[in-house]
Design a binder for this molecule. Sequence first.
Ligand code: AMP
Length: 188
Amino acid sequence: MDILLLGPPGAGKGTQGALLSQALGSPKFSTGDLLRDAVKQGTPLGVEARAVMEAGHLVSDEIILGVIRDELAKPVSAHGVIFDGVVRTIPQAEGVAEVLQAMGRQIDTVLFFDVSDEHLLRRLAARRDVESRADDDPAAVVTRLKAYREQTAPVIAWYAAHGGLTRIDAVGTVAEVSDRAMRALARA
Ligand code: AMP
């Protein structure tokens, strides 16, 4: 089963994705984690993406689609993947659909983790104190939320129109939100 997690930065996609991955035994694939690793290791991908990420902008569709193709070609991804924050623009949604279609697959379910701006800002500020991520700095957060509204929010309507999108109220404890996500999957 291929499951896509959507939602603004700070919505809890990473945490919930890890729990779903454990519960379902499917690998979780996060372009954010993969890019952060590339930056840490100083690979050509990391060198190219670093400044864009630190400023809070989106990395180009071309780079992201290359990363997605590489990931889906791995044997570990052969039986379905939990896509965590992997699709952030309409061209990426179209590109993922195309790559999966060539493998006889499709995104089976989209879970949209919905959180108010007020909660997001509070969560991102708390995460900055714990993880010291450059892109959780206040100026980068403003840019990331703007990128989300302008480029990623339309992806929600795209998937809703293509079927299989469930909105999850992502305000609550980790266990409460996880329970909602598992119930939504059971209904899907
Ligand atoms: P995340 O931790 O998932 O919020 O990702 C951190 C940063 O990586 C984002 O702010 C973007 O700069 C970049 N990034 C991750 N995934 C994508 C994507 N699918 N499209 C464009 N940029 C991305």
